[in-house]
Structure formats: structure tokens, C-alpha cells
Design a protein around this ligand. Structure first.
Ligand SMILES: Cc1cc2nc3c(=O)[nH]c(=O)nc-3n(C[C@H](O)[C@H](O)[C@H](O)COP(=O)(O)OP(=O)(O)OC[C@H]3O[C@@H](n4cnc5c(N)ncnc54)[C@H](O)[C@@H]3O)c2cc1C
Length: 499
């Protein structure tokens, strides 16, 4: 009786439950054992504890399916270190998999899915610091620190991303006076290709600190991260429509200099790209109009999905957004908690299907003084190629303090483009064409483009936008001589043949 039990547990640990299950059914002559094993295995599957996962992984766009060799969902640092040390082939690392161009994937790789590695390890209210395992998502961090009236200093608009994935991209948000995430990172632990574990901070292994942040999993697996936190506070929303040509001055005169401004962005309205709606959340002592401390989970977001369908697919959809949806959505001046505003769910953007078309992001960064040069050129590219742009969100980001793959080499305006595209090869080809043109426009403004999205930029464009990539690659050669840490981004730009 104990034998089938033992086999089922062993099988689950080895990710081969299905195979062994059938093997045992065939080999067990005793009917009683057979029935027992069947029931047990079935319950085991239902319990969700099984580590068996489909080996095809994809990202949120559904454009990049890749078959990996095996998937590890680690729960301990030792598991990660042993797996990395003993792995002879390529290793890919995944957090939330919201990057959109295969940055978490490599064929035939050992894929380390970090999402189970998600505990809070240390917290100090006095020092306003938290140490977490890298697979934790921002929402869980917010839930933990909210009870102490603290908030995350820098994160994206949505809270579904993992901390490790966010570090590896060096993300930014809508926080006024902030910039890339590295500004709020105290230190992290990383497992290198030989399985050794190092701590990196501004003082200790600083080269690694400035390389692995924004390093897209190319140097090792980030396991633990210590972040600086800030105070939670009440914020009030205000919005203002204006001509885009007036936005830069408005931002510097009214927003950047306002020490109470917490979140800010401005949405440019396609198809004319002449008007923006600037939205600011300012610290306030007014009474809350939204009493939830965090966004309630589990909404079906029916209105949001409907709105995106209208905007992207209905005749006059862009006008309906500008003249009907947005004025309605932005009615009044709600007062809410900073943590409430920080915690959007990506689900609100999810279409019913991504089979024929999909919603995708891109982002371009230009030095603040180049704002007026960039946006008219961007508009020309969108119009020339009839790009189905739903929104372009402008954010400001402070200069990066020195990461090798910095996207903000000086203070920049970011242009976050949200658009719809078809999934056929022909559609992808069109996107490749206009993306390259837009990258050239950003480069001509001494700017850059963002790397977590589809990988269309040429090697020359990458080198121009990320001139310190050479130093990053030198470090990679030293720390990962066999080029274990692989993904589609580094396949495109790292000279694998040399290794
Ligand atoms: C709807 C949407 C909105 C977005 N909004 C913003 C925004 O406001 N601001 C912004 O800056 N970005 C934004 N992004 C981009 C997003 O921040 C990045 O894609 C980010 O990486 C997502 O985190 P993730 O956990 O999904 O990372 P993943 O996509 O899983 O991984 C990203 C990279 O990090 C590596 N990685 C992951 N975990 C580790 C680890 N523990 N150790 C080493 N390497 C690791 C992966 O290999 C990969 O190269 C948005 C994306 C989407 C889809």
C-alpha cells in the first residue's frame, strides 16, 4: 500500500507524474493498487501542489511561445544555487512575464519561475526598509507595508509585477521627483553562473549592483532585495486638458516644483496628438472619498475592457475616449490613499482574446529639452504607418545614478505607447518597420528606447541607445563564461558566437 504513495510523491517531485502514473497503471497487476494510485494522482493534480507545468511558456502578449526544457519553481535559495551550478545548458528566468519580447525565455532552457519565491524576509518601520524574496509581486509588498502606513517609493503603475523582474528592467512609475527603480534599491543578493551567492550594493560589489539592475537576467538570479520605503499619505486627483505645445512649461512650472505632487502623467490623445490631459495626485489632508486602503481584488473590469474595445476598434473610438470616456472617468477630485493609487491590476487591460490581435506597449525616452522635437516626429511615424495607438502616456524620470544599461542618461520625458496590433507575420513586420523608425527618432533626439518590449531594434540601434552595453557584456563574459543566462533579448544583442 505504501509503494504507490511513494511513487506518486517521487513522481510529482520529478515533474513526471503523468508518465509514471501511466507506467504504474500498466505495471500494477493488482487492481486495488491501481484504483488507489488513480484516485491519489487525480487528487494530487487537483490540489495544485504538483510541479508539473506545460513546458511552453509565453508572455502577456501571447506573441512569443517558447518551449523550454524544464521549469523549476524554487522555494529556497539553495534550490536555485544548486540548479544553476549543475545546469549545463541555458537558463532563463521569469518573474511575472509581463515583458513582451521573450526576455524571460530561451529554447531548451531550464526556466526558473520565481513567482513561488515570494516571502517578506525583513522589515524595519523605523528605517523604512523591507527585504523580500525576488519573486514577490508589488501588490503583496503593498499589503504588508500598508498596515505600517508605509508605501513603495518607486514601482510601475500596475502592481502585478515581481520585484526581481522590476529590478532587472530598472522600471519607473509616475512618481514626481523620482526616476528609475535603482534609486530606491539598497541592496540585493544574486546567484551567479557558478552557483555562488553575492551581495551587491552601492558599496559592496558595486559593479554588479549597477549591472544586474537593468540587466534582464543576464548576470544571474536575483534572490533577495532590500528596498527603501516612504510614507503612505492621502492624495487628491486633479486633471487639466491643454495643448501639447504647452505641456513642457506646465510640467516644470506647476508639477516638478510642487513638493506635494506625488503621481503625475499626461495622456496624449491620438489621432491628432494635439491635446493632452495632465493628471496629478497631490498630497492632501482632505477627507477620503475612497476609504479602501488598497484596490479591492477580483473585479471583472467589464467597463475597462469594453472601453478598450471601443477605443481600438470602433469608428470614432478615439474621439469617444477623449470626449466621453475620459471626462467621465476623471469627474471630480477623489481623495484616496497613495497605496490605493499604486495598486492597479493588469487584468483591467486584458482583452477577451489575443489570438488575432493583441495590445502591446512600447516606450521611448528623450532628454527633457528634446520634448518639443520628439512628439511631432512620433506623430508623423504613427500617421504614416496607420498605427492603432490607444494612448501615449508622458512621464518624467530623473537621471539614472549610473546603471550600465541606463535608459535615462539624463533627466528624461518618457513616452509610453499603448497600441493594438495584429498577430500575423505580416502585422509583426509592419510593427518592426515603424518601431525602427521611432527608435531612430528617439536616437536623433539623444534619447533611447525601452528594452522590456518587442525586440525590433537593430544591433546598431541598441548599441547607440545603450552605449555602455559593451562594459555589461565584458562583465557577463567574466561572470558567466559559458553564457548560461540566456533569453531572447541577449540572443539578439550579445555576441553568443564569441563564447
Ligand atoms: C501592462 C503593462 C504595464 C507596464 N507598465 C510599466 C510602467 O509603468 N513602468 C515601467 O517601467 N514598466 C512597465 N511595464 C514593463 C514592466 O515593468 C516590465 O516588463 C517588468 O519586467 C515586469 O515585471 P515581471 O515580473 O513581469 O518581469 P519579467 O517579464 O518576468 O522579467 C523581466 C526580465 O527580468 C528578468 N528577471 C525576472 N526575475 C528575475 C530575477 N529574480 N533575477 C534576475 N532576473 C530576473 C527576466 O529574465 C527578464 O529578462 C509594463 C508592462 C505591462 C505589460
Amino acid at each position: 500500500m505504501a509503494f504507490p504513495f511513494f511513487l506518486a510523491i517521487l513522481a510529482s517531485l520529478q515533474n513526471k507524474l503523468k508518465i509514471l502514473f501511466f507506467a504504474q497503471i500498466i505495471s500494477f497487476k493488482e487492481k486495488r493498487n491501481c484504483i488507489f494510485l488513480f484516485v491519489f494522482s487525480f487528487l494530487f493534480f487537483l490540489s495544485g501542489n504538483s510541479q508539473v507545468k506545460p513546458r511552453i511558456i509565453n508572455d502577456i502578449t501571447a506573441l512569443n511561445p517558447v518551449e523550454v526544457d524544464s521549469i523549476l519553481i524554487p522555494l529556497t535559495t539553495e534550490e536555485i544555487a544548486n540548479a544553476v551550478k549543475n545546469c549545463k545548458g541555458p537558463i532563463s528566468i521569469g518573474g511575472g512575464k509581463y515583458s513582451q519580447g521573450g526576455q524571460t525565455m530561451e529554447e531548451k532552457s531550464l526556466h526558473i519561475d520565481m513567482r513561488g519565491f515570494n516571502k517578506v524576509l525583513n522589515f524595519s518601520k523605523e528605517n523604512k526598509e523591507i527585504t523580500v524574496q525576488a519573486g514577490i509581486i508589488w501588490r503583496k509588498v503593498l499589503e504588508y507595508i500598508d498596515t505600517f502606513d508605509l508605501s513603495v517609493r518607486i514601482m510601475q503603475t500596475y502592481a502585478n509585477f515581481t520585484v526581481g523582474g522590476s529590478l532587472s528592467v530598472n522600471v519607473h512609475g509616475r512618481y514626481v521627483g523620482e526616476g528609475p527603480l535603482i534609486l530606491s534599491v539598497k541592496q540585493f543578493n544574486i546567484i551567479l553562473a557558478d552557483g555562488s551567492l553575492l551581495r551587491a550594493s552601492r558599496q559592496e560589489n558595486s559593479e554588479l549592483f549597477y549591472s544586474a539592475i537593468g540587466g534582464y537576467g543576464g548576470l544571474g538570479v536575483i534572490t533577495e532585495v532590500t528596498l527603501y520605503l516612504t510614507d503612505n499619505c492621502k492624495v487628491m486627483r486633479t486633471d487639466k486638458m491643454m495643448k501639447i505645445k504647452n505641456y513642457k512649461n506646465f510640467f516644470f512650472e506647476k508639477i516638478k516644483s510642487d513638493s506635494l505632487a506625488i503621481f503625475h502623467n499626461a495622456d496624449i490623445y491620438p489621432r491628432r496628438y494635439k491635446k493632452v490631459r495632465a493628471i496629478t495626485y497631490t498630497k492632501t489632508n482632505e477627507k477620503l472619498t475612497e476609504t479602501n486602503r488598497l484596490k479591492p481584488l477580483g473585479s471583472k473590469y467589464r467597463f475597462h475592457r469594453f472601453a478598450f474595445r471601443v477605443i481600438s476598434g470602433f469608428p470614432g473610438g478615439k474621439w469617444i475616449r477623449k470626449s466621453i470616456f475620459d471626462p467621465l472617468v476623471n469627474l471630480g477630485n477623489p481623495v484616496e490613499w497613495r497605496n490605493f493609487e499604486a495598486g492597479y491590476e493588469v487584468k483591467e487591460l486584458e482583452p477577451k482574446s489575443r489570438k488575432k490581435s493583441t495590445y502591446v506597449l512600447q516606450e521611448y525616452f528623450v532628454p527633457v529639452n528634446e520634448f518639443d522635437k520628439f512628439y511631432p516626429e512620433m506623430k508623423k511615424v504613427f500617421r504614416k504607418h496607420h498605427v492603432n495607438v490607444m494612448n501615449v502616456s508622458i512621464r518624467y524620470a530623473k537621471k539614472d545614478p549610473g546603471s550600465l544599461l541606463a535608459w535615462a542618461k539624463q533627466d528624461v520625458f518618457a513616452f509610453v505607447v499603448y497600441y493594438k496590433q495584429g498577430t500575423r507575420e505580416k502585422d509583426r513586420g509592419r510593427v518592426r518597420e515603424w518601431t525602427k523608425e521611432l527608435v531612430d527618432v528617439a536616437l536623433s533626439c539623444k534619447g533611447s528606447y525601452y528594452l522590456p518590449y518587442q525586440i525590433h531594434a537593430s544591433a546598431e540601434q541598441f548599441a547607440a541607445a545603450y552605449p555602455n552595453a559593451k562594459k555589461f557584456f565584458e562583465l557577463k563574459k567574466k561572470l558567466d563564461p559559458q553564457n548560461k543566462f540566456r533569453n531572447k533579448l541577449w540572443d539578439a544583442y550579445y555576441n553568443v558566437k564569441e563564447n
